[in-house]
Design a protein around this ligand. Structure first.
Ligand code: ATP
Ligand code: MG
Length: 434
């Protein structure tokens, strides 16, 4: 059973004379006196199906006239070069079938002529993704993932999966979703952090995981969701500088891969992608505070977390990807390694896009005693971390790693305003369906 021999994208004027079977959606039907057009849309673009009323089989014409917009159709016909048609060809049909009729009215108009509210679009996401500019974004996301995975394989990093149902918080926060787990309470994991570190104690040396993280924070921003995909890496016998290099290479490599392999999608989006040059600028937290003094009306003390306004100001000032390094130990998690000679500063870093944070990483504490001390300093109870701490008592190499938010990488790459646009079925404070 051959429902389709070609995608619209496979056809060029040079293919004139060949017989093709196309399948897709009825994007548009125009009936103009002596001629009628059916524009068929598939994931690669459009094909103009031309019906010359004097020449075409009346049954085919009748079928085309009865097609409701967005119905799934199959068209068999002959390719003809036609300079006036989009992409220089049309298809003269010998047979048209309606495979699945669409009801009217449509929940939203996928022809991109009407711009509608994000909520309406997300409610009818299946229809929204029929719009070529929305589909293009998700195809690019897949290319980004492919590029990242290839980068990891090339670096000898093993892909792993760690549990998403867990008994305790990674960072002892309260921002966890509780779930009922038989007779106990469990949680959805906020990060694979503890598990990927335990795998360093397992001798796996270099691991990566691409999977969901869950954050029960009630934020209502354009860059936070309650479920997100995190790209996590952990490397043994590596320091913070080593994994920063890996991270900037992975990010700029993803841009390069997309710019070389997604030219059609970038064209649909009207984007001219600039590949960020490595190495990215490194700016210490202390230097960032100095820079932030250039912004009127801010009083920031050393040790304060950088607020959103400062983050924006730095982004505008720097104007390209950069690393923020050497954070105060007090505002980074307990597993971040303090400098030996100045323990108030640690080897934690954030990768920043001018618009927002993309990733956080660090060289980790691998000494058991120091780790217990750090947990206590953060007013957490080491007993709650016993399963994790155990892995540090029987030989744990030094290690470093990071977690990169997939949707933030894609939304900044594609200049999307809202992270919800970079996720097929986003989960936020209000949205649990579809
Ligand atoms: P932010 O300060 O921007 O809220 P974070 O520092 O809390 O982020 P991390 O715990 O460092 O986030 O997580 C690592 C990465 O995962 C972040 O840099 C970001 O790209 C992504 N990420 C974290 N939380 C979310 C979220 N709620 N929605 C989308 N992406 C997220
Ligand atoms: Mg962070």
């Amino acid at each position: 059973l051959i429902l389709r021999t070609h995608y619209s994208g496979d056809i060029t004027p040079e293919k004139a004379g060949i017989e093709v079977t196309l399948a897709g959606w009825a994007h548009e039907i125009r009936d103009l006196g002596g001629i009628a057009f059916l524009v068929l849309r598939d994931r690669e673009g459009f094909a103009q199906i031309t019906l010359l009323k004097k020449r075409v089989d009346p049954k085919v014409l009748e079928t085309v006239r009865s097609i409701s917009r967005e119905s799934v159709v199959q068209v068999r016909g002959t390719v003809k070069a036609e300079p006036k048609a989009p992409r220089g060809f049309e298809v003269l049909p010998s047979d048209v079938k309606i495979l699945s009729a669409a009801e009217a009215p449509l929940p939203l108009d996928p022809t991109e002529k009407v711009d509608c509210e994000l909520d309406t679009r997300l409610d009818a996401r299946f229809m929204d993704i029929r719009r070529p500019c929305i589909l293009a974004g998700f195809e690019i996301e897949s290319a980004v993932l492919r590029s990242l995975r290839e980068c990891f394989y090339k670096n000898g990093i093993t892909e792993v999966f760690t549990p998403k149902i867990v008994a305790a918080a990674t960072e002892g926060g309260t921002d966890l979703f509780p779930i009922s787990y038989f007779e106990r309470e469990a949680f959805l994991n906020q990060s694979p952090q503890l598990y990927k570190q335990m795998l360093m104690g397992a001798g796996m040396d270099k691991v990566f995981e691409i999977g969901p993280i869950f954050r029960a924070e009630e934020h209502d921003t354009r860059r936070h969701l309650n479920e997100a995909i995190s790209i996590d890496v952990e490397i043994s016998f590596a320091d913070d500088k080593d994994v920063m290099e890996l991270l900037e290479g992975a990010v700029s490599g993803a841009y390069k891969y997309v710019s070389e392999n997604c030219t059609r999608q970038l064209g649909v989006l009207g984007l001219d992608l600039q590949v960020p040059k490595v190495p990215f600028r490194r700016i210490t937290y202390t230097e960032a505070l100095e820079l932030a003094k250039g912004r009127p009306g801010v009083e920031m003390k050393w040790g304060d977390d950088l607020d959103r306004e400062t983050e924006k100001f730095l982004g505008e000032t720097i104007g390209e990807h950069y690393f923020l390094t050497d954070w105060p130990s007090s505002i980074k998690p307990y597993y971040t390694l303090p400098y030996e000679d100045k323990p108030e500063v640690c080897r934690g870093f954030d990768l920043m896009h001018p618009r927002m944070e993309l990733a956080s990483g660090a060289q980790r504490v691998h000494d058991y005693k120091l780790l217990v001390e750090r947990i206590k300093e953060k007013c957490l109870d080491p007993a709650g971390f016993e399963f994790y701490l155990k892995a540090f008592r029987y030989g744990m190499p030094s290690h470093s790693g990071w977690g990169l938010g997939l949707s933030r990488l894609v939304m900044t790459m594609l200049n999307l305003e809202n992270i919800r646009d970079a996720v097929i079925f986003p989960r936020d404070r209000r949205r649990l369906v579809p």
